[in-house]
Write a protein that binds this ligand. Structure first.
Ligand code: CA
Length: 644
């Protein structure tokens, strides 16, 4: 069980000032809030350097415009000090210490807006609280919150997709390509803004990661607008066409209400970005887990054997594969309802059980929000159908579901996510979302949320050579952006030379085998799906198979070692007493590095590294007295260092 302690300390009396400051516990990160002609603004500095210029705040609502005409009635500062556990994430225990500034503003002498900033050493979390003496509920039509970067800032961001675009109208689903190191204000591919998380490079002054957390059925998932040429990005709401054009783009809730949290992670280096827990610090579990939910690894026939493999015989083969790799799970993907049939599922699930392998079943979220034809359909979109299906799964001993093809970020869709998670908990099911939104604090809010896709993931390696050519590059983006913020179900680790069943046709894999091993550590997902196929069991050396048989999917600790988004990435993770350090090289040149592992000084470590055949070799090395270790990665290669 999670142990939560929360205590707040009241530090200063209410004061009425036009500008108010709050800084993180170590004094480096500072937020200044001001009211100018009735409109609220804030700015952010780090070690005295301005990271965000004066940026707008406020809400536009059905009970008034709270971005203007405000009167300050006081500010308070208090301290939040909490230690909490995360059973399925990149870190297992977090000590969150932050100073909180709450500024209260009066509108029309009756309604109040509170603007809250919580500032820890490297993270800012901002939320609005709205209260009214007169109104019982209200609709938030817009947030006027902005992020005004210095003009020389460059961006590492993903465009939002137009509603109803993509395959069978399934977008937006957070499966767009990052643009790398572009000037602020560069128009996005689709001209409809950007999705969270979003990374900004302020040259020598450091890095900022923007994101959002705490989105439940009570709010919408927001995003960033197109940027202005002078570096201003503002909060945007869902597009009208999302969710099959049904339901509102706005958020309606009972008063008093709170919005989602917007998070701003700030660092001189990328260390605070890689190690941030901003998604989790200010959210709370919305229910107790009905049981212990086990993380683990899964075989997945669909990724290389595709649709045709979702039959009884092939699934049995992948259950056997999972058993021989000591994996906890198998994912049976789309079309099992037709190609296996409900009547044959009990014996297949029993077979998996006899091999010690838990079963995840794929479902279509539809519904009416897109034209995705894969079944099973219409089992997750209404409560009666969902509960009936989940009761059937519980009876058979199914361990979890993967639900795909959602409708966007409207409040109606956020409610569907919450309802699926809540019902699944009642039936003891873990949940993975695909074709979905960014999980915004969900690993903590919903204890059975185990992972989400929300990225341009491994299926694209199969779909097109264009993506296979960029596999290495993306491995050096996700750990600094998407996967730094939340679990990401990438579905990697391939040994077939081509991304196909026979390994001879289809797109060519450009990365090395050592690269593939490294991604099992570099990417974090409570359940990690592997692209391994049965032929790999006889084709791969024992040291690779032994590594895969043991590699964890959740971690006690995660540390940034080195890297630059789009070029290379090295991250260390700890599980119990075991350290795993993984690196990938996205450049077209071999990379020799000396990495610092001071906590492993003078220790002998194992390494799975590149060789000239672009497969993988195993060797051992000893770090020097300060913990330095020389490593080498081939172009589109990688390395994994681990302790016994
Ligand atoms: Ca997908």
């Amino acid at each position: 069980m999670k142990k939560i302690t929360l205590f707040a300390l009241f530090l200063s009396a209410s004061v009425t000032m036009s500008a108010q400051e709050v800084q993180g516990p170590d004094g480096a990160l500072k937020v200044t809030v001001s009211l100018e002609d009735g409109s609220p603004f804030y700015q952010v500095s780090y070690n005295g350097t301005l990271m965000l210029n004066s940026s707008p705040l406020g809400l536009k609502t059905s009970i008034g415009d709270f971005s203007t005409g405000l009167k300050s009635i006081g500010c308070q500062v208090q301290t939040t000090d909490e230690t909490y556990s995360l059973p399925h994430a990149k870190v297992s225990r977090v000590h969150y210490l932050a100073n909180e500034l709450t500024c209260t503003y009066l509108k029309n002498n009756q309604d109040t807006l509170q603007i809250v900033f919580r500032v820890s050493n490297n993270d800012i979390a901002q939320i609005y609280r709205l209260a009214s003496a007169k109104h019982g509920y209200c609709t938030i039509n817009a947030e006027t919150t902005g992020f005004h970067f210095p003009v020389q800032t460059t961006t590492f961001i993903t465009p939002q997709a137009p509603a109803g675009s993509g395959w069978m109208g399934t977008k937006p689903s957070y499966e767009e390509e990052y643009t790398i190191d572009q000037p602020v204000g560069t128009p996005s591919k689709q001209k409809v803004g950007y999705t969270f998380p979003a990374l900004f490079h302020l040259g020598n002054n450091g890095w900022v990661l923007l994101s959002e957390t705490g989105v439940s059925s009570q709010y919408v998932g927001t995003r960033l607008s197109e940027g202005s040429s002078d570096g201003l990005y503002t909060i945007a709401f869902p597009q009208k066409g999302e969710n099959g054009e049904a339901s509102d783009t706005t958020a309606t809730a009972a008063l008093p209400l709170t919005t989602s949290w917007k998070t701003i992670t700030v660092g001189k280096t990328l260390k605070p970005i890689v190690e941030t827990t901003a998604a989790y610090d200010n959210v709370r579990p919305l229910y107790e887990p009905s049981q212990v939910y086990r993380p683990g690894r899964a075989t997945w026939s669909w990724i290389l054997w595709q649709d045709g493999s979702c039959n009884y015989k092939d699934q049995k083969t992948f259950i056997d594969l999972a058993a021989s790799l000591h994996f906890e799970y198998i994912l049976i993907d789309a079309l099992w309802d037709k190609q296996i049939g409900y009547e044959h599922m009990p014996s297949l699930i029993n077979y998996a059980k006899s091999k010690g392998v838990g079963v995840f079943l794929w479902y279509n979220s539809n519904g009416c929000w897109n034209n995705a034809p894969q079944g099973p359909k219409h089992h997750m979109d209404t409560a009666p159908a969902r509960k009936k299906e989940m009761a059937w799964m519980k009876l058979l001993g199914v361990k979890g579901i993967k639900v795909d093809f959602f409708g966007g970020d409207k409040q109606a869709t956020m409610k569907l996510y919450e309802d699926i998670l809540t019902d699944a908990n009642q039936y003891g099911l873990e949940v993975i979302f695909h074709g979905c939104t960014l999980p915004r604090g969900w690993e903590r809010m919903y204890p059975n949320h185990i992972s989400s896709e929300a990225a341009l993931v491994s299926e694209n390696l199969v779909f097109a050579q264009y993506h296979a050519d960029r596999e290495a590059q993306r491995s050096t983006l996700y750990p600094f952006i998407r996967n730094a913020f939340a679990a990401m179900d990438y579905g990697g680790v391939f040994f077939n030379k081509h991304f196909s069943k026979d390994g001879k046709n289809g797109s060519l894999r450009k990365t090395t085998d050592a690269f593939q091993i490294a991604t099992s550590v570099l990417y974090q997902s409570g359940i990690q799906h592997f692209g391994i196929t049965p032929n790999n069991l006889s084709e791969e050396p024992d040291f690779i198979l032994d590594f895969i048989r043991k590699v964890p999917t959740v971690w006690d600790e995660t540390r940034f070692i080195d890297g630059y988004p789009g070029k290379f990435c090295i991250i260390a993770r700890r599980y119990g007493e075991h350290w795993y350090i993984a690196g990938t090289n996205a450049t077209n040149k071999p990379m020799k590095l000396s990495i610092d592992l001071p906590w492993l000084a003078k220790q002998t470590v194992s390494m799975i590294h590149d060789n000239n055949a672009r497969t993988a070799s195993f060797s051992q090395a000893t770090t020097d007295k300060s913990g330095k270790l020389s490593i080498e990665m081939l172009p589109m290669g990688g390395i994994t260092i681990f302790t016994k």
